[in-house]
Ligand binder design. Sequence first.
Ligand code: 3H9
Length: 699
Amino acid sequence: MGAAVKYERRGQIGVISVNNPPVNALSHAVRSGIVDALATAATDDSLAVVLCCEGRTFIAGADITEFGKPPQAPSLPDLLVALDSHPKLTVAAIHGTALGGGFEVALTCNYRIALTSAKVGLPEVKLGLLPGAGGTQRTPRLAGLPAAVDLITSGNPVSAERAMALKLIDQLADENLVERAIDYGNQLIEENAPQRQASALTFSLTVEDTDLIEKSRAQLVKRTRGERAPQRILDCLLAAAEGSFESGLKREREEFMACLADPQSAALRHMFFAERAAAKIDHLAKDIKPLDIRSVGIIGAGTMGGGIAMCFAQAGMAVTLVDMTDDAVNIGLEKIAKNYAISVKKGRLSTAQTDAIMANITTSSDFNDLGEVDMVIEAVFENLAVKKEVFATLDSICKPGAILASNTSYQSIDDIAAVTTRPESVLGMHFFSPANVMKLLEVVKGAQSSDLVIATAMAVGKKIGKVSVLSGMCYGFIGNRMLRHYGREAALCLMEGSTPAQIDSAMESWGMAMGPLAVSDLAGLDIGYKAREQLTAEQKGAPASYIVADRLVEAGRLGQKSGAGYYRYDPETRQRQEDPAVMTIVTEARRELGITPRHFEDEEIVNRLTLALANEGAKLLQEGIAQRASDIDVVYCYGYGFPRFRGGPMHTIEAMGLDKAVTLLNEFHDQLNPEHWQAAPLLTKLVANGGQLADSHRD
Ligand code: 3H9
């Protein structure tokens, strides 16, 4: 049977136990081990079979690393045929997380018992897939259509208790799962219980069910912005109701194979591994133990500081929120309380929960109150002189070993660290606005930041529920350095002949959460304007890339906050509307710079904006600012609304073909602007060598 699966007899029960760390994925060894064990149990004198797992979890699904490789028999469907037709009564014993193919195995067993702490779910949609081993056929038969739609299209797991209410689990156990499962098996034998098969249950649609499918279709089109797997899931659920179990299973198989071959799934699977890789820091010693951070000081009670304070308070840490005056901290605290009141109103949190969170936050206008905290995060405005002053003060107040982090988006961590006597304890922790919502955290390593401090910041990020990515030091770090190139191309497309509406809708149809000009309006056009005021003409770059933004600000159009920017905004609904006044400004700017507008295809907009990002990403990779290409993808998908089903900018060019990407870059170089479109040497090298971004590290 092999090391991954064991079979032993416990009285009249045959116990199959899977042991395939870390998550008991259904690799080939596990599938064939279970099939062999089932064959043994079929012919011995056992009366029932318990299927359980060792380690931290029940089977967490198919082995994702095997997708895209040549299939090896027995397949998961082969295994489930053996299980469904097994002559003995079968019981799944679930602990940890029974997910995807793992839960489908459990659903194929005759009965299911789970620890109360367990969770079950069908998360395949998050990988651009659908449950491909009967999940779309058995779930609605057991739990009904509404629950199946919810479970499978959201991909979110549910608690064992909820699963029991949905008839997906039959019994709960508080502890000693395997013993309890054996007792359960014995009890079922004694009761002469039938071999219940979900596949044998009949299922047909009611009028309400049909309505629900149609409604879900429309909602999912909106919510998932072009993802195909959710629609295919609904097709499979319809097939479950319209034909036999066998015909539904056949349809599910076809749709699963179509998903597997779909580039969207390749991108989403890339993201699954990218998120996990981002947590790993290549050069750190394996045995490094992050510091235990229990208390945090946040400096600056504005939108950013308040949002950061919420992250820490929600994670149960003691937060001291500091600003210059009592008024400023009180306003900040009121805003936080208001945010939580909205969460309570929306039913996301209870009053007791928000009270407990608020109790973790104390406020002060005296920096000396930060003397004993384990970590400080500075979130004052983007001005190097002010930041240096804050860090010099912190250096004199904070206890030895306290970590001093700056939430700067652009400034040099090294310049900030230089004003302290402990540059090894200084680093960047760049949150994204709104900080309590956005998942990304860029951990920025200064030249002298110690490994311990970096490891601690990464661990803290995990504790507060962020996806953390390490960035080296450069202007704008990973995300904002790339964004400048993306923003530049959006502005240039506008000047060369496009419109704000075309640019934004081209990017949104492609999958971006929001188009670049609508994002600028949301962030406030005055921010870039003020930043440009501090730059030299050379640093500002081509005037065509900022002339319209400047003119809009000078006309009082600061974006959403002033009711107008690249668009006009409905004061009630905040809906954007095209505004002829903007095109008047654009036309005037084109005339001033001697630019004759031309026709634009959406494809050119998408190619220019995504390639501008990826080309700069390749330069960051080559310079060692980003550890790996997939880290850049994580930054963009979690911090900048890049569609996960495109896999981030680096995966986008890898999927397009690096050779095609370089050809396009060279075309842009020749036809548009040679300075903007120098292909990153790393890309040309990879194309010449036939290499992949995933294998490339710093030169
Ligand atoms: C499916 O089942 C299709 C079927 O319907 C039909 C087939 C025909 N495979 O997340 P962690 C690795 S699709 C391979 O850090 P946690 C992971 O990469 C599948 N590897 O732990 C990591 O490796 P490393 C449906 C996997 O405790 C390590 O395990 N199932 C798989 O925070 C630890 O993972 C899913 O989508 C896998 N299936 O969370 C479930 N899963 O250490 C996906 C994990 O080298 N998995 N690894 O970085 C999860 O959601 C989480 O891993 C889980 C544990 C909640 C289980």
